[in-house]
Design a protein around this ligand. Sequence first.
Ligand code: 5GP
Ligand code: ZN
Length: 116
Amino acid sequence: MSDCLFCKIVDGEIPSTKVYEDEFVYAFKDINPQAPFHAVIIPKEHILNSAADVTSENSAIIAKVFEAAAKIAKENNLDKGFRIITNSGEYGAQSVFHIHFHLLSGKFLGDNLINV
Ligand code: 5GP
Ligand code: ZN
């Protein structure tokens, strides 16, 4: 998608700090980290705007994202664990509408899933 920030990051039009890349998936450091380790994992192709668009026809890419997440965790020694978050839509406070998954770690992230 021509006007999508994350498509521009995949294309290299906007620079990013790469964490992981394969045929299907790209991951990079979040510009505004919410934890000592904060990567954003995205499908390279803009197939889905958000988790609300997942169907049986396109869900294989979600498995690719989670395969990548496990590899990223191993490569970065996140052996004490991590959290994966995907924001969807207005109530989810999604700001970029190219589906993405936040991989957070580097410290104990707390017992509360969210702050409201
Ligand atoms: P959302 O709020 O949609 O779940 O997540 C979007 C994320 O993209 C935010 O955490 C934000 O910090 C990150 N982000 C926005 N613009 C850029 C950018 O230009 N480069 C990088 N690396 N991250 C970005
Ligand atoms: Zn996109």
